[in-house]
Design a binder for this molecule. Structure first.
Ligand SMILES: CC(C)(COP(=O)(O)OP(=O)(O)OC[C@H]1O[C@@H](n2cnc3c(N)ncnc32)[C@H](O)[C@@H]1OP(=O)(O)O)[C@@H](O)C(=O)NCCC(=O)NCCS
Length: 191
């Protein structure tokens, strides 16, 4: 088996990563979201992404509870994960919850181990900061993401919730991991 994924380096994002992250958004969302997210919303997300990353990376104070992780190899950023205290965008989260708010890879980095490396790093960091439970929202009809979170040992606790995008209901599901300090790595290790 190719273990080239072992060479992925995970580090905190910095302002110079903005263009690379916007490129990942564009390629990943274009490959993943047609048929899941309405076309006009998807185009708006892609157009807004470069400015969003520039602002976020230049304005986020070091002590912010939101953390942005990138995965790189040979100096090239190919994926990212973001974490935060859980948001109440869709439903009020359980007390103390932390959230993996984004996980995106360049399409040709899928299946290299980068997804797992970013996931484990981000979830371990949330657990080390005392968040419990850990939550992840995903589109219900995104099979790649669904299979990945299943393999990581997460359980679905909200199986169907509508996120209305461009007046179209886009079903999402919520995954949950309880007591992450003992289970983040052990349960997901060999999927
Ligand atoms: C969801 C997503 C991040 C999951 O990533 P992934 O590619 O499945 O996960 P990995 O990069 O860890 O790859 C795992 C696969 O690579 C293989 N692999 C190859 N080299 C590897 C290595 N060194 N270490 C671990 N796994 C390796 C594994 O065998 C595994 O395949 P398997 O599950 O069939 O056994 C990715 O599919 C993605 O970015 N999708 C599009 C965007 C998206 O939907 N994001 C989620 C939003 S909620």
């Amino acid at each position: 088996m190719d273990r080239s994924g072992d060479r992925w380096v995970i580090r905190e994002a910095r302002p110079g990563d903005a263009a690379a992250l916007a490129g990942i958004d564009r390629r990943s969302w274009t490959a993943t979201y047609p048929g899941i997210v309405p076309e006009s919303v998807l185009q708006a997300w892609i157009e807004e992404s470069p400015a969003k990353w520039r602002a976020l990376l230049s304005e986020l104070p070091p002590e912010a509870p939101q953390r942005l992780w990138v995965g790189e190899r040979d100096g090239e950023v190919r994926g990212y994960a973001t974490t935060s205290p859980s948001k109440s965008w869709w439903l009020e989260p359980p007390a103390g919850a932390g959230e993996l708010t984004n996980l995106y890879l360049d399409p040709d980095a899928i299946g290299t181990g980068l997804g797992r490396a970013l996931y484990e790093h981000a979830m371990r960091d949330l657990a080390a900061r005392g968040f419990d439970p850990l939550l992840v929202w995903a589109f219900r009809d995104n099979p790649l993401a669904r299979r990945f979170y299943d393999r990581m040992g997460l359980a679905v606790d909200i199986p169907d919730h509508d996120w209305v995008l461009g007046e179209v209901p886009c079903p999402i599901v919520r995954y949950r991991l309880d007591r992450p300090a003992t289970s983040v790595l052990v349960r997901g290790r060999h999927g």
